[in-house]
Design a protein around this ligand. Sequence first.
Ligand code: GRF
Length: 221
Amino acid sequence: MSAATPLSIAILISGRGSNMEALAEACASGALAARVAVVIADRGGAPGLDAARARGLETRALVHRGERSAFEHELGAALERHRPGAVALAGFMRVLSAEFVARYLGRMFNIHPSLLPKYRGLDTHRRVLAAGDAVHGASVHFVTPELDAGPVVLQSQVAVAPGDTEATLAARVLATEHVIYPRALGWFADRRLAWRDGAAWLDGRRLMAPLLEDFRAVVAP
Ligand code: GRF
């Protein structure tokens, strides 16, 4: 993006919004050359809305009345008021339709708490512990219609410790999410990261595998 038109990002949340805050913080510090256009929640009670307001960000709470098409109509209208250059799902717990995803294909991102393609869906930390994995992490990926299956751009890797519980493991992974999500969106804002032919491209090269940031020595168990 040129200095005159920084990337504008709409952030979609459902809960506490710590990834939203990490993105907002990176924008405010200049580490991410973008601005947060709006924070939209799918429920009024999302704690992240208060955090966003406290930062002076524009917020919008939508009400889901049970019909996805009506909800997506409202969501689409709320987004288009801001014409965002990117949409960042940050703990957004709704599965969006293929039609909706298609509208933002190539500029909609998600942060998922696992080393995709392992552990798509929910309860990733519990499943990692049950499987006895030695490493775990998070993934930033382009959103495609298939859940948690879009091209992965950047991953973080942390160690799973013998005494880990879901909570301790989740906290260790979350700390890395707050690093890799702003970083990957920064590449997009700087036009280093692009979507082409259904794949992620960085610096003009197709990513054959996600980039991996190893936090095992940094985020100690
Ligand atoms: C994060 O672990 C994220 O990876 C997952 O949902 C959680 C949201 O946390 N998609 P927060 O609302 O950003 O704090």
